[in-house]
Every structure is written in C-alpha cells, then in structure tokens.
Design a protein around this ligand. Structure first.
Ligand code: LLP
Length: 419
C-alpha cells in the first residue's frame, strides 16, 4: 500500500499533485512519500513484535540523509556496506550500536572506521577477512564484534544479479566450512564472536526460501552451541520483494515463516530489509519529449534515462508506468519508453501496453524508491535529478538537481602537447 493516488484523474503524492511538482522543480525527478516510508517501516517492524529484534534498514536501497534521519528517529538500525554509508549514518546521528556492516571487500580503513564508531557487528565473509579484522582490532587495542556470514547454498528464485545465497556466489562462507571458520575465529584474540548472518538475495516473492534458510541456520546455531560457541545475534538479511508485477507475501507472513524455526533459540533477530521499506514509497517522474513512430515500432521518448533509473536494463525489471494526468488518455498502444541516452539499453519499459501519451505529458515510473536514485550516474553528462520528499502537503527538496559545475567537480584540464 502506498500514498500515490489519483484525485480527479491527477496523480498525487500524498496531498501534492505530481504535475505541480513538475511545474515547480522541472523534470525528471524522484518523489518519495513520507507517509508511505513510515508506514512500511512500521508494518515491517511490527511483524517481528514479540520477538527480541532489530530492523537494520539496508541503506544501499535509498540513502538520502533525510530519509535515514527519519528511520533513525523511528528506532531503525542500519545495514551498511561501505565507509561512505557509515558516514551517512553518523551524519544523521544514528546510533552506532544499531549498525551492522556487510560486504565481501571491507578494507582496513573501513574496518577501523567501523570499530572506531562502535558499531554492533561486522559481518565477515571470509577467512582472510577474519584475520584482517583481528589485526586491525589488535592495532586499535579493541575487540571487534563479528558475525560470520553463511552462504546457505539455496536458490531464492530471483534474477541472477540479485541472488546471493547460491554456493557459487561471492558471498559468505560455504556451509561445509562454517564450523571450521568459527573454530578459527575463536582462536583470534581480538575478535568477539557475537553472531551469524546470512542474506540470500533480493526481490524474493515466495516464502519458501526464507523457510529454508531459517531451517539451515537453526541447525548451524544448535551445532555451534554444542561446540561451546554461544552467539547473541542472528542476522537474516533482507530480500523480501515488492509488487512490481508479482504478489509477494506481506511482512507479517514473511516474519512468521522466518521466525518459526529460530524463535526458540533465544537470540536477538536482526533483519536488513531495503526494498520492501522504500521501493513503493518512491516514483520517478519524467516528461515525454517526442512520440516517435517507425514502420515497425512506437517509441515514447522521455527526458528520464537509464542513468537515472538503471533497473529496467540491468535486471529486466518491470516498473509500472502511469500517466500523471489521466484526462489526456489517448488510445492504448504498445510502445517502448526510452530515454535520450545513446544506447539501445536506455529504456524504462519495452513493448509496454499503455495509454498513448503526447509530447509534454508527464509519466510516473512507479516503485522506483529502492535502487533508483542511488544507482543513478552522470552518464552522458546528465546531471543527477532532485529528490523530493512529500509529507502531507509539504514538499521538501532533500537533494537538489545537479548543475554542470557539479558534474565536472574534481576534473582538471591539463594542457598536453598535441604531438
Ligand atoms: N543485506 C545485504 C547483505 C544485501 O546485500 C542486501 C541487498 C540487502 C540486505 C537488502 O536487500 P533487499 O531487502 O533490498 O532486497 N540493485 C538491485 C538490488 C541489489 C540488492 C543488493 N543487496 C535492484 O535494483 O534490484
């Protein structure tokens, strides 16, 4: 459920008309609904009520400072994957004791920054990483709280680029070596073994994989206990999908399936949801520049492009596209919605049946809150677009549109001899 709805055939974000935003700020832009963000966080958090738990929002999905600040104020923790994300958390005053650090390639500097900040735990993914954390912590005269990320070797049935729990993926420690790694980690003096973590993939729309991973994790935790290794935290990652087209289970059902095998372990349950919290809380708004017809195809050329929203070409992702003003609905057509970037991969939708817009009309690309703006770039020297946060009737510009100087910041013109 979200708060992007039509009123008198005009698309609104909460109490603000999208057309009005386009008039005020130009296009393209991202708009987020604060009411939706809050609702989604609350619904997810409440799904785990009655269990000792911590929701660590996977901020890679959407990392604008205002949005992090909002979630921090609601009690959220954060899943980070870089020192840059750590700094974002610290900038908004997030509680370091609610931060977990994931990722296969943490550098010494990143490990040190995380220990310095006093985060909850580092989710280590390999034997050399355990050694490295031990060394860095030793130099800092600290004990590093670590968990081991387990690769449960299962197929979550999602796009290969966002599937992480299979044995041949780069993530986590193989199931067969988990005990060996814990034993080794126990021998490292500057580590405190506090948890076990896992994350099987993203945009998962079925509860089965979550059940499977919870069962596998339960078995490992029990075996570790038998070997005298008592953990405090069980981090089950993120991955719950949203309805782009499919119908994923609601958070309550997801939580039920996930918790069933592990509830009685008595561990604090950590989750790292990203997409499910923010995906449907954002739209990408773009204006039609031309409608171009060839003898074989119809193209709706818009001012937004793959550099603004890369998901369609990268993951063959489906995003619903709505006309902002439904009064101007023409005949239904099948068209490719494409941007101005010089690549055939520059499309927001392909072979899409939709009401035909005309030049100047506004389109809203729905469910663009997660992995939308954060994956945008300056490709083709296009400025990154503004992010607007709508809160009832209030409009906050939480990131300004870039200008040309922003694009070339840091570049130098060196004078070279032509020959
Ligand atoms: N935890 C870890 C360790 C992760 O790697 C991820 C996502 C999450 C949590 C959050 O997963 P979520 O709840 O959002 O599914 N750019 C892709 C998605 C990449 C996901 C990467 N890891 C997309 O646009 O679909």
């Amino acid at each position: 459920m979200n708060y992007f709805e039509y009123k008198d055939d005009q698309l609104y974000a909460e109490d603000v008309s999208i057309a009005d935003l386009a008039r005020r700020f130009g296009t393209p832009f991202y708009a987020y609904s604060a009411r939706t963000l809050k609702r989604h966080f609350r619904v997810f958090d409440e799904a785990f009520a009655g269990t000792d738990h911590l929701v660590c929002f996977a901020m890679k999905a959407l990392s604008n400072l205002s949005i992090l600040k909002l979630f921090a104020s609601m009690g959220s923790g954060f899943d980070i994957v870089s020192v840059g994300e750590l700094m974002r958390c610290l900038r908004v005053g997030a509680d370091p004791a609610k931060i977990v650090f994931s990722g296969v390639g943490k550098t010494d500097e990143e490990i040190a920054a995380a220990l310095e900040a006093g985060i909850l735990m580092i989710n280590a993914e390999s034997r050399p990483e355990l050694d490295r954390i031990n060394q860095v912590a030793g130099r800092m005269k600290r004990r590093a709280p670590v968990s081991l990320r387990v690769n449960p070797d299962l197929d979550p049935g999602t796009h290969p680029h966002i599937s992480t729990g299979h044995r041949d993926s780069k993530f986590g420690v193989p199931l067969s070596q988990v005990h060996e790694y814990y034993a080794a980690a126990r021998g490292l003096p500057n580590l405190e073994l506090v948890g076990l973590s896992t994350h099987i993939g993203s945009q998962i729309t079925d509860t089965m994989p979550f059940n499977e991973v919870a069962e596998k994790v339960r078995a490992i935790v029990s075996e570790l206990r038998a070997n005298g290794i008592a953990l405090k935290y069980l981090d089950l990652g993120g991955g719950l999908g949203i309805p782009y087209q499919e119908e994923p289970p609601p958070p309550a059902e997801y939580a039920k399936v996930l918790l069933k095998p592990i509830r009685d372990l008595g561990l604090r349950i950590i989750t790292e949801p990203g997409r499910v919290i923010v995906g449907n809380a954002g739209v990408f708004v773009t204006r039609v520049v031309y409608v171009k017809e060839t003898d074989v195809k119809r193209f709706i050329v818009v001012d937004g492009a793959m550099n603004d929203l890369i998901r369609p070409v990268l993951y063959e992702a489906y995003h619903e596209i709505r006309l902002v003003d439904r009064r101007s609905v023409g005949k239904r057509v099948v068209a490719d919605v494409v941007g101005p970037v010089c690549e055939s991969g520059d499309f927001l939708a392909r072979e899409r049946e939709m009401p035909e817009p005309k030049a100047g009309d506004l389109l809203a690309v729905m469910s663009a809150g997660a992995y939308g703006f954060v994956m945008s770039s300056n490709y083709n020297s296009r400025p990154r677009v503004p992010e607007l946060l709508i809160d009832d009737a209030d409009v906050h510009v939480i990131r300004e549109r870039e200008n040309f100087e922003d694009i070339i910041r840091g570049e130098k013109i060196v004078e070279l001899k032509a020959r």
